[in-house]
Design a protein around this ligand. Structure first.
Ligand code: ZN
Length: 315
């Protein structure tokens, strides 16, 4: 049996200001802060996780907060845009909300028959809301009316110098389906039908550079640890340089680069964010992995204080 990648698990980006990031993703976009923790590879900085009410795979946007980090450069090879799915009627609501909140936006584009509203987060990360038919997910119980709330990712745009080799990886190995092209944009849909990866072929563009306002990596979903090990074997067999399995507490991860150089991760669906705090309390206090608990007092001194949003989980 060949293992399955069902769709996108999470997307991780870099912010220079944790508080502005929280205020934007929770206060303006209405996502739930589902975990306040540290970067496991750099515990003196935060790792912020946002998502739907439980932070289910497919809805998880995460940030490494590097205070005062210089701005990165958006360009290939990177995930250059992150798109969220909203109901087909919600774009007008969002245009008004972004305007009210002081954020510029770019309405009017239609892509593969769906309306697109483009804007940027406070660090300059390019975001989109896409009018998506047939949504049936659960929205967060946040400040946004349920009929307009963000439900999950619609997908990403990955900019590359050429698309062919990554297209092969997606379709021949990772279970994505080719959905055609519009101009230089080649679309691939995940096995669960929920998310798309658009490869934008821009051979002449200036290369991107890592820093604030840039997406760090994209993670795809696998069912469990056993399938993850199958993926690891398969990718290693194909010549990919794949990391060992990393314990991220809320999921387990392996990392590799796509043929264009974008950092890919395969993350397990379980155990999820309720492993160390109850659903109604997600994101309400700083959680540390067991191996950093003995450093809690020291880390709490180093990490900048943040104001957390109020959250009421509906019954
Ligand atoms: Zn990740």
């Amino acid at each position: 049996m060949s293992p399955t990648i069902s769709g996108i698990h999470h997307i991780t980006a870099i912010t220079a200001d944790a508080q502005k990031n929280i205020d934007f993703y929770c206060g303006v976009l209405g996502l739930r802060l589902v975990k306040l923790t540290v970067n496991f590879d750099d515990p003196e900085s935060y790792h912020l996780y946002y998502g739907d009410r439980l932070g289910r795979p497919g809805s998880i946007m995460t940030f490494f907060a590097w205070p005062g980090a210089t701005r990165g450069r958006i360009g290939p090879p990177q995930v250059t845009t992150v798109a969220f799915a909203v109901s087909a009627q919600a774009l007008e609501f969002w245009a008004a909300r972004l305007k009210e909140s002081g954020f510029a936006f770019w309405p009017g584009e239609t892509r593969f028959g769906e309306g697109v509203l483009g804007f940027e987060d406070p660090d300059g990360i390019r975001l989109e809301l896409i009018a998506t038919a047939g949504l049936n997910g659960e929205s967060p119980d946040g400040p946004i009316p349920p009929e307009s709330a963000i439900q999950r990712f619609h997908g990403v745009t990955i900019s590359e110098e050429g698309h062919e080799n990554t297209a092969k990886l997606l379709t021949e190995i990772m279970g994505f389906k080719d959905e055609g092209r519009e101009g230089h944009r080649y679309r691939y849909r995940s096995a669960n039908g929920e998310s798309v990866v658009d490869l934008l072929c821009i051979p002449a563009a200036r290369r991107g550079g890592m820093g604030a306002g840039v997406v760090h990596h994209i993670a795809y979903r696998t069912l469990d640890d056993a399938q993850q090990l199958e993926w690891r074997d398969e990718l290693v067999g194909l010549g990919y340089n794949v990391s060992s399995v990393m314990d991220r507490v809320y999921f387990h991860s392996i990392y590799y680069r796509d043929p264009g150089g974008v950092l890919f991760e395969i993350a397990t669906d379980p155990p999820g964010f309720t492993i160390d705090e109850p659903a109604e309390k997600l994101g309400s206090i700083l959680k540390l992995p067991p191996w950093f608990e003995r450093r809690r007092a020291e880390l709490e001194q180093i990490l900048p204080p943040v104001r957390l949003p109020e959250w009421r989980l509906a019954a």
